[in-house]
Structure formats: structure tokens, C-alpha cells
Design a binder for this molecule. Structure first.
Ligand SMILES: [Fe+2]
Length: 387
């Protein structure tokens, strides 16, 4: 027995106007200071006011949100008593809104106690996720990543009950996104799509989603990076991110996320940039053992007609590297400006955290510790994996 979880998705231009039709009394918007300052939170409030709702904004979510922030947000929710919680922003506010939702319903719950085995029984509020980047897919998934600032460590967890009730994917919200963030988040979506397709938990319901999302990123990411106002590219990238979210959210991920989470936490790098770094190397590594089904993706996207799996994987890894270069993604750990001594000092932790990551165990090929350390060494140098 298996499950497929999904929000009700509203997408395309004017998608935001759907908010005006909602029924409710009070909506708490969970976002960050920048989106509040840019007037995006006010835009959401205006739509909710048209629906007759009172609103409050909690704009304190930082990048890589901490446990402490979600506890403060839950306190604001307890005071305001919303029947809708709105996660507005990139992955950070959306993930924080899931934790705040759970703690609002259960004031004694600590976010570290959220896991797929615990029944939450959410009844006081529903969750709306409104992404302002095209990448994390958090609007479509039950997963959340929080940071324990004391331990300098991220932990990812989730609950099927924390899938947003409603996801609103409106391309006009990503128009102002700078090229660097467009690239980082878009490559995160590509990593979701490719890893979601090859994970050992892939299934009939997720395969098509992951293939389509891969194709959309290859077709539209470079355009969205080159011209943020290319609304057609923005719309397809927004759709790609949500579609990939539905795919991997119901299938899990693999080594690029395990290694990227570890690297991102230890060297304070943005999520998308960190995981995208490892994507081509993990394709090399997995395909070297004849695993990964990468040929399907290469064929679907239109890179080849050949049914030769090894050739398809080689081609896919090459096209990923080509796209990453085109959008100025650093291609090695050294290219992140990390010196060798610093890297070596962190290597044992890089390996340990990656091995403990929730995405590690569903990779189609799983390295032993020594091999994983060697992979990190290759990525430091920018050498394709040859073992
Ligand atoms: Fe990701």
C-alpha cells in the first residue's frame, strides 16, 4: 500500500485572485522581511480582505528557518487564532508555515517531534502555500527542513498531514526574482525531478511528473534567468517546480540532496546551489554501476533516441553540466571559494551528515563511507566520478 498526497493547485496568471473566493475569518501570513517590504504580503492581504478575512503578517522567517523562529510564529498564531495559515515565499517561509501550523494546533508539540509516524489531527486551520520562487516545491510536499542553530545542523522531517490544503502558483510573483536566485531555485527543481525519477521509491504516479518537470526546466530555466520578465518562461518554471514537488514529494530523493544538505549546512550555502553542485556527480556515480534509469529522462527530454542506458546517462549528465554552466552555477567545491584545508577539516562531518540524511537511503546506488568521502574529494576538484 502506498499514498499520493497533493494540495489543490491553482496555477497560471491571475491565480492569486482565487484567494478572493475563500471562506474564512482570519488568515495569518507567514513570510520574510523582504516580501513584506516589497509589498507582496500586502498584495496577499488585499486579496484576503476581499474575501472578508482579517489578516496578520508574521514576517520574521529567515533563510534556513530556525526552530526558535517557528516557535515565535506559533505564539503569534495562538494569539490571533487564524482559520487559514498562509506560507508566502521561498522554501523557508513555506516550511516554517508547516511547523507553525502543527504547533498552533498542538501547543505542546516541539517541531523536532514532527515525523511521518505521528498523527497530528489538524482541525483548527488550513494551510495555503504561495511560492515566490520556482524551485523548492514545498507548496506541494509534506516535507519541511528546519535548522537547529545551536547544533549548526539542519533536520528534515514531515507529515502527510502537513501537505498544504491549497497551493497557488502565480507567475507574476516570481517576475522580480534576481537571476542568481532564479538559477539556484530552478536547479533545485531539476534536482528534484531527476532524483525523484530515479529514487528507489519512485512509482507509477510520480514517474510522469518527474519526467515532465525535467523537460520544463531544461526548456525554460535559461530563459527565466536571462530575462526575469519572460512570463512564459516564469509560468513554465513555476509549474515545473510544483510538478517536481508532487513527484519527489511522493517518491523521495537521493544522493545529491543528501550530500547537498550536508554541504549546505556546514558551509552555509543556499539549498538549490548546494544540491545542484552534486547532481551531475551523483548521476555519474549511479550510472557507473548501470543504475538510475537516466536514459528515460534523456529520451523524454529529447536529448537522444537511443535506448542505450549508459549513453543516455552520460548525455544527461553532460546536459545538466551544460545548463548549470549556462546559468553560472559553481561546478566544484573549490569554485565556491572554499579552500582545501577548510574542506579537509569538514570532510568527516560532510560524510557523517550525508549518511544520516533522510534522502540517503532511497538513492539507487548507496556508497560506503570511504567511497562517499572520495566522492566529496572529486567534487572538490570538479572531476567527474569514474568509480
Ligand atoms: Fe531540494
Amino acid at each position: 500500500m502506498w499514498y499520493f498526497s497533493s494540495p489543490f493547485v491553482v496555477f497560471g496568471e491571475e491565480a492569486l485572485s482565487h484567494l478572493e473566493q475563500l471562506q474564512g475569518e482570519r488568515a495569518l501570513i507567514v513570510t520574510d522581511a523582504t516580501l513584506a517590504k516589497l509589498g507582496i504580503a500586502a498584495r496577499i492581504e488585499a486579496a484576503l480582505h476581499k474575501a472578508g478575512m482579517a489578516t496578520r503578517v508574521f514576517a520574521e522567517v529567515e533563510p534556513e528557518p530556525s526552530l526558535q523562529t517557528t516557535r515565535r510564529g506559533a505564539q503569534v498564531a495562538a494569539d490571533f487564532a487564524p482559520d487559514w495559515i498562509v506560507g508566502l515565499g521561498g522554501g523557508s517561509p513555506m516550511d516554517a508555515s508547516k511547523a507553525i501550523w502543527a504547533m498552533y494546533e498542538h501547543p505542546d508539540l516541539d517541531p523536532t517531534e514532527i515525523n511521518p509516524m505521528v498523527t497530528l489531527g489538524l482541525s483548527k486551520a488550513k494551510l495555503i502555500a504561495i511560492p515566490t520562487t520556482s524551485g523548492t516545491g514545498s507548496e506541494a510536499t509534506w516535507a519541511l527542513v528546519l535548522t537547529d542553530t545551536a547544533e549548526k545542523r539542519k533536520f528534515s522531517t514531515g507529515s502527510r498531514e502537513l501537505v498544504p490544503t491549497l497551493a497557488i502558483v502565480d507567475p507574476t510573483l516570481t517576475q522580480a526574482l534576481p537571476p542568481r536566485i532564479t538559477a539556484d531555485t530552478g536547479l533545485d527543481a531539476l534536482t528534484h525531478a531527476i532524483e525523484g525519477y530515479v529514487t528507489t521509491w519512485h512509482n507509477d504516479f510520480t514517474d510522469g511528473l518527474c519526467l515532465k518537470a525535467s523537460q520544463l526546466v531544461f526548456d525554460y530555466l535559461a530563459r527565466a534567468v536571462a530575462d526575469g520578465n519572460d512570463l512564459e518562461a516564469r509560468e513554465h518554471m513555476g509549474n515545473a517546480a510544483t510538478i517536481a514537488g508532487l513527484g519527489f514529494g511522493n517518491a523521495n530523493l537521493g544522493l545529491a540532496h543528501a550530500m547537498g544538505h550536508s554541504f549546505g549546512a556546514l558551509f552555509k550555502q543556499p539549498h538549490g546551489r548546494a544540491v545542484a553542485l552534486y547532481l551531475p556527480y551523483t548521476i555519474d556515480y549511479t550510472a557507473n554501476a548501470g543504475l538510475g534509469r537516466y536514459g528515460d529522462i534523456a529520451r523524454f527530454v529529447g536529448f537522444t533516441d537511443s535506448r542505450d542506458e549508459a549513453e543516455g546517462a552520460r548525455l544527461l549528465a553532460a546536459k545538466v553540466r551544460e545548463l548549470e554552466q549556462a546559468v553560472s552555477q559553481p561546478m566544484s567545491i573549490a569554485a565556491f571559494g572554499i579552500d582545501r584545508a577548510d574542506f579537509r577539516d569538514h570532510l568527516p562531518k560532510l560524510v557523517e551528515y550525508a549518511e544520516q540524511d533522510t534522502q540517503f537511503f532511497t538513492a539507487p546506488r548507496i556508497p560506503e563511507s570511504e567511497e562517499l568521502a572520495q566522492m566529496f574529494e572529486y567534487v572538490y576538484e570538479g572531476k567527474p566520478i569514474d568509480f
